[in-house]
Design a protein around this ligand. Structure first.
Ligand code: 3PG
Length: 242
């Protein structure tokens, strides 16, 4: 049974979510740093440290009063970063994201109101799911790229591995409890585009402004390879088919 393209339903009939932009963003590297920024004056230095380590797609969560100002500062000072907002819970936050110039928005889950607002919106949305039914509902609305959250608590890599043969045309960015130790298990899966997480930006290093240390952690994260990266590599004579 081949993967069929299901037309969007409901209010989304006239506008399909901007999944191309999301796909491009998720394919830029194996890891998206998830940032909780308390002090906007540190945002540019933090972004520079991550980009220097090879991670240029950055999610600034809207969990702190400094978040939107942090996005503005990163856009101005670090144009090579692709900065979006995370923890989007309400439709109005998509507008804020747009006004701030965010390149994308990420939500931990999805409500009908948020999805209606996201349809045709200039800021592409990566919506979150934690169950098979949620993934199916978003697929019906035209979403094929989803955040899997909270990844470790909701079943981890085994959950996504079980889903791959059943709904093969979905690609996930698992976040929530993902770290350097368990990221490779996710990245080995055919339905994982990349992972998200905060392990390369430990709060104590940010407070100490240890930017070099954060670059080192980012470089280690950037060196992780996804299943997609691996399948793009030419086979050597030592590799066997299978
Ligand atoms: C998120 O918003 O995606 C998660 O809170 C990131 O989870 P982590 O801090 O466990 O990496």
């Amino acid at each position: 049974m081949g993967a069929s393209r299901i037309p969007p339903t409901g209010n989304s009939m006239t506008a399909i979510p901007n999944q191309q932009a999301v796909a491009a963003m998720l394919s830029r590297g194996p890891v998206i740093p998830v940032l909780v920024i308390d002090d906007a004056s540190q945002a540019a230095a933090l972004a520079r440290a991550l980009v220097a380590g090879g991670l240029d797609v950055l999610e600034v969560t809207l969990r702190t009063p400094a978040a939107l100002e942090a996005v503005r500062r990163i856009r101005e000072a670090v144009p090579e970063a692709i900065v979006g907002v995370g923890t989007v819970l309400e439709a109005g936050q998509l507008e804020e994201a747009h006004r701030t110039g965010a390149a994308f928005a990420v939500s931990p889950g999805a409500t009908a109101r948020l999805l209606d607002a996201a349809c045709g919106h200039p800021v592409p949305l990566l919506p979150g799911v934690a169950t098979v039914s949620e993934a199916m509902a978003l697929r019906e609305r035209g979403y094929h790229h989803l955040k899997f959250f909270p990844a470790e608590a909701a079943g981890g890599a085994r959950f996504l591995a079980s889903l791959a043969p059943v709904i093969g045309d979905l690609r996930f960015c698992p976040t929530g409890g993902v770290n350097a130790a368990n990221a490779p298990a996710y990245l080995a899966l055919s339905n994982v585009a990349c992972v998200g997480g905060s392990w390369m930006v430990p709060r104590e290093r940010v407070m100490a402004e240890d930017w070099a240390g954060i670059t080192t952690l980012a470089a280690a994260a950037a060196a992780l390879r996804s299943a997609q990266d691996r399948s793009a590599q030419p086979r050597t004579s030592h590799q066997t088919a299978g």
